[in-house]
Ligand binder design. Structure first.
Ligand code: RET
Length: 242
């Protein structure tokens, strides 16, 4: 009877040492709370900033929905939900590139900057998926290609056109841009660590004891919610200027 109830139950147990299950659960809740926060605060800002806050909310909302599924998937199969993970990223990381464009629009950012960042992010993620899910035996090669695309993004925002535009805009836009640059350099660097912890390769043993999903879950919380809060802070600063 008990087994029967367990098999039809909508809730699974989470063991006290199941850090993956725990971080999926908390991650899901945090993404939901962040989405409610961004959406509900939208109307208190000037029209110009509402789109940026909306995109912040969409990023955490899309993640919340994927975390809902990933939490369930992990509870049911005790396997990494790699497919859902990458679908989430393919939708949310390009939106983070859109955020860079939106805040730099005041300085005359062109759509080509946005599309360049989006294209690089898609190369980074699709090659990462190949290494993690399809061609695991050559994971390091795919990881390397992905890493090159990642550094191209870092270069563009730290030293390229995006940087010049941020300098032209100055003030709060420049300082928000700088903080976002740090998120991409340090916060996004969490992901290749997770990748190396979870795929076979010559780097095996570097990160033993670390779990790929736990690392990805921490990375997502830091980057998606943190990124959104930087944009929120910028909108607050800009709306109180006048
Ligand atoms: C909200 C999700 C975010 C910000 C995801 C970012 C993901 C990355 C920066 C992933 C990067 C990777 C590499 C640089 C090399 C190895 C493969 C990846 C895809 C894990």
């Amino acid at each position: 009877m008990e087994n029967f109830l367990a098999s039809i139950s909508l809730v699974s147990k989470i063991a006290t040492n199941d850090y993956v299950g725990f971080t999926f659960f908390v991650g899901c809740m945090a993404m939901m709370a962040a989405s409610a926060f961004f959406f509900l605060s939208m109307n208190s800002f000037d029209k110009k900033w509402r789109t940026s806050i909306l995109v912040s909310g969409l990023i955490t909302f899309i993640a919340a929905v994927h975390y809902w599924y990933m939490r369930d998937y992990w509870a049911g199969f005790a396997e990494s939900p790699t497919f859902f993970r990458y679908v989430d990223w393919v939708l949310t990381v390009p939106l983070m590139c859109v955020e860079f464009f939106l805040i730099l629009k005041v300085a005359g950012a062109k759509k080509s900057l946005m599309w360049r960042l989006i294209a690089l992010s898609l190369i980074m993620l699709v090659t990462g998926y190949f290494g993690e899910a399809v061609y695991r035996d050559s994971a390091w090669v795919w990881g390397l290609i992905s890493g090159i695309a990642y550094f191209a993004i870092v270069y563009e925002i730290w030293f390229g056109t995006a940087k010049k535009l941020a300098e032209e805009a100055g003030g709060a836009v420049l300082s928000a841009h700088k903080t976002l640059c740090w998120f991409v350099l340090v916060g996004w660097a969490i992901y290749p660590i997770g990748y190396m912890a979870g795929t076979p390769g010559w780097y095996e043993g570097w990160f033993t004891g670390l779990n790929m999903d736990v690392i990805y879950n921490i990375g997502d919380a830091v980057n998606k919610i943190g990124f959104g809060l930087v944009i929120y802070g910028l909108a607050v600063a800009k709306s109180s200027e006048k």
